[in-house]
Design a protein around this ligand. Structure first.
Ligand SMILES: Cc1ncc(COP(=O)(O)O)c(C=O)c1O
Length: 394
């Protein structure tokens, strides 16, 4: 066998989202797309905002000399400057262009951060249910994941975090607004978490980074806002992208923003820039940096997601499904009516409705619905959900 045994094992165990997505493609071919409701991927069907299209057109039709060349590995200064102004407004912190690195999406940002901070065997605390890629990203850089269960409502259990931190802990990685639950951590929770981290740093005499994987930051409902970790904790880092807020995941544009008061910031920033280069990204896509620089305050129409959240939450609740009402992102994570959620997911699949089993996120007994799909598909799926509810005695 030519490939790594570890990678072979990872591939077998881990990709429920892909498995269900591929199943969906097969079913669409066999039954016709109009007979399948595919809730598997977080791949928004929404088009990017008009401002994005306008900026893209401008960048292409008014080319500037050298715009396709290599650039400093951190990204264009004008773009990092624009991003830093976003954080200045959001936090009142003196975030500067030098605290920002443009990256190949949030996935690239996370890999760059982990590469920069982890030594072999260092631990990264994550929360279940989790975005499964964290397992692989941490492993990519020799780290070890420590999974902490959330409360029943998917909020962070701060005492469990306290118990999980050891002298090997290098970072705590949160994701708010959250995939797969749609939960948004409030300021009170974040402050309590930061309180524990400050205490633990002192007790252990070391730096523990708090990282927020933040690609859904603008997708928050009911007029609320997602709280930033930057003003709450000095050793904080944000990894994010425009994959979701501008609906451009294929364009691979994101960034890292570091708290200007972070420990060793003068060494951390060059380390991030070095890792952006040596992980093979070299720099974030040049054209996209030109486009997003002036779109830091833009986002897709959040009310569209909120309407879909309201519709699904109401209809599924009426059928008897139990779930935490999402406050952001575009996922719902209901309890499976069967303890073995795979049995339920397979039943639903036979009704033409594809969701992802909770075990794909370290939370068996649940299933994930990704509702960034057309409303008519969501409406069409209700018969399948209702049938499954009856079948499983709800
Ligand atoms: C929680 C979370 N983090 C990171 C990513 C990766 O985002 P990007 O496309 O910006 O790399 C995703 C994508 O779905 C996600 O859901």
């Amino acid at each position: 066998m030519g490939i790594s045994a570890k990678i072979e094992k990872f591939m077998e165990e881990s990709s429920w989202i892909r498995k269900m997505f591929e199943e969906g493609l097969r079913m669409k071919e066999e039954l016709g797309a109009e007979n399948v409701a595919d809730f598997t991927l977080g791949n928004p069907v929404m088009e990017p905002p008009k401002a994005f299209q306008d900026k893209l057109l401008e960048a292409v039709t008014k080319p500037e000399p050298g715009m396709h060349r290599y650039m400093p590995n951190a990204g264009y200064e004008f773009c990092r400057d624009a991003v830093s102004r976003y954080y200045q407004n959001e936090t009142d912190l003196p975030v500067d262009a030098k605290h920002v690195v443009m990256t190949v999406g949030a996935a690239g940002a996370l890999n760059v951060i982990l590469k920069s901070i982890l030594d072999p065997g260092d631990e990264v605390v994550i929360f279940s249910p989790y975005f499964v890629e964290y397992m692989f990203y941490v492993d990519n850089h020799g780290g070890k994941v420590v999974v902490v269960d959330t409360n029943d409502d998917f909020s962070i259990n701060v005492s469990r975090v306290e118990a999980a931190i050891t002298d090997k802990t290098k970072a705590v990685l949160i994701n708010s607004p959250n995939n797969p639950t749609g939960v948004v951590y409030g300021e009170y929770t974040l402050k309590s978490l930061c309180g524990v981290l400050k205490r633990k740093q002192e007790e252990l005499g070391k730096t523990i980074f708090l990282i927020n994987d933040d690609p859904y930051r603008k997708i928050v409902f009911d007029g609320n806002k997602s709280s930033s970790i930057l003003p709450l904790y000095e050793n904080s880092i944000v990894a994010t992208s425009h994959s979701k807020d501008l609906a451009v995941p294929g364009e691979r544009i994101g960034h890292i923003a570091v708290n200007p008061n972070c420990a060793d910031v003068e060494k951390l920033m060059p380390a991030l820039i070095f890792c952006n280069r040596t992980l093979g990204f070299v720099n974030a896509p040049a054209l996209m940096q030109r486009v997003v620089a002036s779109l830091q305050e833009e986002s897709v129409d959040i009310t569209d997601y909120q309407n879909k959240r309201d519709f699904l939450y109401e209809k599924l609740s009426e059928m008897g499904y139990s779930m935490v009402k999402p406050e952001g992102a575009f996922y719902i994570f209901p309890k499976s009516p069967s303890e073995d959620e795979l049995e339920f997911v397979n039943y639903l699949k036979d009704k033409g409705v594809l969701v992802v089993p909770g075990r794909g996120f370290g939370a068996p007994g649940h299933f994930r619905i990704s509702y960034c799909i057309p409303m008519e598909v969501i409406e069409r799926s209700l018969a399948g959900f209702s049938d499954a509810a009856r079948e499983f005695g709800m």
